[in-house]
Design a protein around this ligand. Sequence first.
Ligand SMILES: [Mg+2]
Length: 227
Amino acid sequence: MKPAILWDFDGTLATRPGHWSQAMLEVLDDHAPGHGVSREDLRATLRGGFPWHRPYEPHPHLDDPERWWAEVGRTLAAGFAQVGYARDAALLVASFREQFCDPTGWVVFDDTVPSLESLREAGLRHVIVSNHMPELPDLVDALGIGSYVDAVICSASFGHEKPHPAIYQAAVEATDGAAQLMVGDNPVADVQGALDVGLDAVLVRRRDDRFRWFDDLAGLTASLLQG
Ligand SMILES: [Mg+2]
């Protein structure tokens, strides 16, 4: 069995600039031009409102996209309400979902595809392990990464968020025990979570001297190919 690398998605392989609050702002810009609400106002409404903010509360009941979005939609609707759009909140949440799932809003980092490609040529498989929305597998395909990836394990459908050990154990099983290394930009969810179940792990795109880190995937890949 070929060895496998586990990858975080958001902030590691790709990103949506400005994340959830920026997408909320874009929805408001369309709906109510000149609204005067800032991204910071919106960001403040989201704190603690997502399943990954409660990683030790499994949520198998949200394994259907409609149920997942209904739950997260409550956070978003409360956010829109807090900035003065309570009456239109349901409509804004529906627009938000469409906007956030639209691949054109996402950016794949320049070193992502070259890294996935050269590591695959060197005999490694790739599995994404992500705290994300249910549509992540479609997004991965639409962004042109899907052909490099053997599996996508997404917390929304799996029911556990990183760093819960269950999601890492599922990833290890998905690779028939061949998972060797977790790569991600979050010291807790990605690095400590993986270390806690006995995997090797590196932090990327962020420095934290408690862990092994690389500034980018190009540097990580060069190091892995040398090793
Ligand atoms: Mg991340």
